[in-house]
Design a binder for this molecule. Structure first.
Ligand code: NAD
Length: 454
């Protein structure tokens, strides 16, 4: 799906006109290519007084990733990224020095620059000043992200007390946010709950040796997930309805995986996924519940079959499939046995709500609740369940939205454009990776920081 406005304001004479008229000019986002440098310039690491040791650990790690790391802000320098280590902040006043030092660098941040905060979560066990400092980082981050320009983003890693800053998922999330893999993730704090997980042997192929099932893989976001997981080393089982069989076969062939024609609402869908995956590939490590439908209507006009079909595909089928897979663990070899991952597609509609989408939002809110309660069921094997909540993404699903509404919807985020399927796929691939093993039952938004709602 093309965004004509984005093309016009970035090319030729229309670019000049848009500039003169002061129209919003979103820039095309830079996407990941294997082998690409992690950041577009030096990385500045700043910290508050009490976070000096954590900042040293983080800086050491960044050097290990071959980044050019600086520890003091220089006004003449153009940074590719600024990392704010605020894990020790115990009073809101502790934030001042590092934040104001970062402020002086923002105007000259490289295009597609990155600001990443590392902080601790505010809990009821904290003293009021500590909780204020910690929650203050959240507000700071969300506002800062709205001020960044030229495809730059601001995101945060919120590290649970007791989890060291060099835990696999802290480093994994930091690397994801620094890289172009997170191009359409903006203004998002992501919690790391435990020191679980493992760093990959090869950051470019973290899923090598893993077998992943992707539902709804014939097109759109699902096809991009299949391609991205395969790029990262996984063997992919692509699942979609029989009516999409031809497209499905094309996707499966292109990723050298296998195709399974299946309506996921079938009562035996879980069994059929298991039978296919074990007989073809011998194991099942990752499940991506991506298949989803919309049947929009105001609730006052909602026909029962619209309500029921959305709930059936978007949440009931996932619950039934997970139940079958979880029951098979321990009784059949290779089923979600070693650091398994379940990643489900939610939606910002399930968080912020959306007029005309009560059925869809109930199903997607359901996904967010489901992963929270599923994560502990996989903990014994180092497993996780998490969700990705896309905002407006350019697919056939959103192409059906009336033209004017579509134009408005894709501009209403900090990056002023719709995401691409690959942006969602990159977030899914990150949550499916070994380095995300400490992220438990969370929902990561891929929405360019939607300006409306939560
Ligand atoms: P899409 O309509 O382009 O593709 C969905 C795929 O799921 C299709 O190939 C379809 O055949 C398949 N599918 C539908 N019902 C199925 C069933 N019963 N069994 C098996 N396969 C089935 O949608 P998309 O835009 O790529 O969305 C993918 C996921 O992302 C969905 O869960 C959607 O709700 C979610 N999402 C999308 C957006 C967006 O802006 N596009 C935003 C938020 C969330």
């Amino acid at each position: 799906m093309t965004d004509t406005y984005l093309t016009l304001v970035n090319t030729g004479v229309t670019k000049t006109i848009a500039k003169r008229l002061g129209l919003p000019r979103p820039v095309p986002l830079r996407r990941h290519r294997p082998g690409q440098p992690l950041t577009g310039g030096p990385v500045l690491v700043l910290h508050d007084d009490a976070s000096a040791r954590d900042a040293d650990v983080v800086a050491g790690q960044l050097v290990g990733w071959d980044l050019d790391v600086r520890r003091h802000a220089a006004s003449a320098e153009r940074y590719g990224a600024v990392v704010l280590v605020l894990t020790g902040a115990a009073h809101p006043e502790d934030l001042s020095a590092p934040v104001l030092a970062a402020a002086g660098t923002l105007r000259s941040l490289e295009s597609a620059g990155r600001v990443v905060t590392l902080s601790r979560p505010a809990t009821a066990d904290d003293g009021p000043a500590v909780a204020a400092a910690r929650q203050g980082v959240d507000g700071l981050l969300r506002s800062l992200a709205k001020e960044l320009r030229a495809g730059a983003t601001g995101n945060g890693v919120v590290v649970a007390d007791g989890v060291p800053v060099d835990a696999p998922s802290v480093l994994g999330a930091l690397r994801f946010f620094l890289s172009t893999r997170s191009a359409f993730v903006d203004g998002q704090p992501l919690a790391v709950d435990s020191a679980g997980g493992a760093l990959p042997g090869d950051w470019d192929r973290p899923l090598a040796g893993r077998v992943a099932v992707v539902t709804g893989a014939a097109r759109g976001i699902g096809a991009a997930i299949a391609a991205t997981l395969a790029r990262d080393g996984a063997t992919v089982v692509a699942v979609d309805v029989p009516a999409a069989g031809e497209q499905l076969a094309r996707v499966a062939n292109s990723v050298h995986g296998s195709a399974l024609q299946l309506d996921i609402t079938a009562p035996d869908a879980g069994e059929r996924i298991l039978a296919h995956t074990l007989s073809r590939h011998g194991r099942l490590d990752v499940v991506v519940h991506n298949a989803g439908i919309t049947r929009d209507r105001l609730l006052a006009n909602m026909e029962p079959d619209r309500w029921d079909s959305v709930l059936a595909v978007n949440i009931a089928a996932q619950l039934r499939i997970d139940e079958a897979l979880l029951a098979a663990r321990g009784t059949r070899d290779g089923v979600l046995a070693d650091a398994p991952r379940i990643v489900s597609l939610a939606s910002t509609s399930g968080i912020a709500g959306n007029r005309g989408q009560t059925n869809y939002a109930a199903s997607k809110g359901g996904v967010i609740g489901m992963v929270r309660a599923t994560a502990p069921l996989l903990a014994d094997a180092g497993g996780t369940a998490n969700a990705v909540a896309p905002g407006f993404v350019e697919t056939e699903m959103t192409a059906r939205i009336p033209a004017l509404t579509r134009q408005v919807a894709r501009r209403l985020n900090s990056l002023q454009q719709g995401g691409q399927p690959v942006d969602v796929a990159e977030a899914v691939a990150f949550l499916a990776s070994p380095q995300a093993g400490g992220i438990l039952g969370r929902t990561l938004r891929v929405c360019g920081q939607n300006l409306v709602g939560a």
